[in-house]
Design a protein around this ligand. Structure first.
Ligand code: AMP
Length: 128
C-alpha cells in the first residue's frame, strides 16, 4: 500500500480548520498558505485539498479537475506573491519533497514556492 494517507498530519488538520494558517489563495481543490518557518522572503506552500501523500500519488489518483486546479493554483500563487519572472528580482523555485530520500516532513503533498531573493544552487552536489 504505497500511498497510505495519515489524516492526522498537520496539513490535514489545517484543511479541517483545526489549526490556523495564513492563507494566500484558495480554490475548489487547492489551498496555499505561508510556511511557518520561511526559508526565503517568499515561502508559500500549495496543497491539494484531497488526501494525497506525494506528487506521484496525486498524479496517479487525482481527477483531471484536481490536477488542473492544483497546477493553476501554483501559478496563481506566483502571481499573487509577485515572483513570476519579468520584474527585477523576479523568479521562483518550486520544490516538492517526497519520501525518505526527499526528506518529506509532512505526508500530505505540498509544493514549496520560494522566491524574493537569489536562491543559489538547486542542491549541494552529492559528493560535496
Ligand atoms: P517538507 O519537509 O517538504 O515536508 O516541508 C514541510 C514544511 O511545512 C516545512 O517547511 C515546515 O516549515 C512547514 N510547516 C509545518 N507546519 C506548518 C504549519 N502549521 N503551517 C505552515 N507551515 C508549516
Amino acid at each position: 500500500m504505497p500511498y497510505a494517507y495519515d489524516d492526522q498530519n498537520i496539513f490535514a488538520k489545517i484543511l479541517r480548520g483545526e489549526i490556523p494558517n495564513k492563507t494566500v489563495y484558495e480554490s475548489a481543490h487547492s489551498l496555499a498558505f505561508h510556511d511557518i518557518q520561511p526559508q526565503a522572503p517568499v515561502h508559500v506552500l500549495v496543497i491539494p485539498k484531497g488526501p494525497y501523500v506525494t506528487y506521484d500519488h496525486f498524479a496517479a489518483e487525482a481527477s483531471d479537475a484536481e490536477i488542473a486546479d492544483y497546477s493553476r493554483a501554483i501559478a496563481e500563487v506566483c502571481r499573487i506573491v509577485d515572483v513570476a519572472p519579468g520584474n527585477d528580482g523576479g523568479g521562483y523555485r518550486l520544490i516538492s519533497n517526497a519520501g525518505e530520500a526527499g526528506v518529506q516532513e509532512v505526508p500530505h503533498l505540498h509544493v514549496h514556492v520560494l522566491g524574493g531573493r537569489v536562491l543559489g544552487r538547486m542542491l549541494k552536489r552529492f559528493d560535496d
